[in-house]
Design a protein around this ligand. Sequence first.
Ligand SMILES: Nc1ncnc2c1ncn2[C@@H]1O[C@H](COP(=O)(O)OP(=O)(O)O)[C@@H](O)[C@H]1O
Ligand SMILES: [Mg+2]
Length: 424
Amino acid sequence: MNILILGSGGRESAFAWKLSQSPKCDQLFIAPGNAGTGQYGLNINIKVTDFEGIKRIVLDRNVNLVLVGPEEPLVKGIHDFFLADDQLKNIPVIGPQRYGAQLEGSKDFSKQFMERHNIPAAASKTFTRETLQEGFEYLATIGLPIVLKADGLAAGKGVLICTTVQEAQQELIEMLTEAKFGEASSKVVVEQFLQGIELSVFVLTDGTHYKILPEAKDYKRIGEGDTGLNTGGMGSVSPVPFADAAFMKKVEERVIIPTVEGLKKENIRYKGFIFIGLMNCYGEPYVIEYNCRMGDPETESVMPRITSDFADLLEGVANGNLNEKELQISNKIAATVMMVSGGYPGEYLKDRTITGIENVRDSHVFHAGTYLDNENVKTSGGRVLAVTSLQVDLFTALQQATADASRIYYDGMYFRKDIGFDLL
Ligand SMILES: Nc1ncnc2c1ncn2[C@@H]1O[C@H](COP(=O)(O)OP(=O)(O)O)[C@@H](O)[C@H]1O
Ligand SMILES: [Mg+2]
């Protein structure tokens, strides 16, 4: 089959790398892709939200399956667009329809969903401009610190953790009445703070059956020791040592099964990934959030650990027979170090020539923010390259990924040298 991947980051590079190895994958297209995805397939320069443009690619290139990388086209209804079009309706899209994508696109929707299906999560209430006063009363009752979440997509910036009630009140006013995060904060979820350690669990579902993909842990802060500003993610590891069999059994029974069953009961036809952001609170799992796609940079650690045919699994999602497919997972440990541009996550350097990728010894280099300028690979984004090493133990994987990242150079390059060390 011919497969089209939508997106241009490290996640999509890891998908492209994995799918290009499948005997089931004939031609692979990536839109828009980056300098790295071009090694695995053909890049086509169309934006992920240009649905008409995507339709043209699908028809011109005889695409048989579309894998959606990022959330934006899902939340904007790319799957619905396909279903509503006579020429596209039989071409499977991996990723939920707009309604189901609200699991990520609306924090209020996802909290209500968890509540309806008794899925463990922090206590919370949602407020609007009209119920600001009730919001103030709630703030005074839930204890400190207080978590405020803009309801809609806010590019990973819409969650605030406030240490005093006064600060929370001020932020709530700014979010609800001054549109601090635009339309996204016209509703705000006020939530109890959960103490614990986070991890990401990934589920692939055809709407009835599911497979649990390798779990991962990501590192969000720019600075070593988890300090400084939040980023899209500075690294990841998989598996997660504290997600042992007993913990994962609780996750499956209390979270994954009720989630997949809940979607079915509510007639939400969901084909794609469910990314479950979890807090491990003294051995008990609580859901922090759902996302409707894979994580980045978690995918870069997850894909190398899947040893079975990923295109075959996606075909199972499309055809509703995922239960008949085999998911094999390597026991090896994957560590990913994200190399970023100088200045990131603020204003950052661009168009710097990258050298030394050929010197990498025992890691995969997944391109994220890169492009080809004639023969030169140059930087275009804040997150530039994901360097992933798969080894027999975590220490070796971390050491190798870090050593290989050091073999690459571009002006202003930076990466964290402490990814995963908290887990050793
Ligand atoms: N209830 C909570 N208790 C403690 N920390 C939280 C809570 N909710 C969110 N966080 C922290 O804030 C981060 C961002 O929240 P999340 O719901 O994942 O939003 P998003 O990824 O959309 O920005 C989480 O990764 C977690 O570190
Ligand atoms: Mg999150």
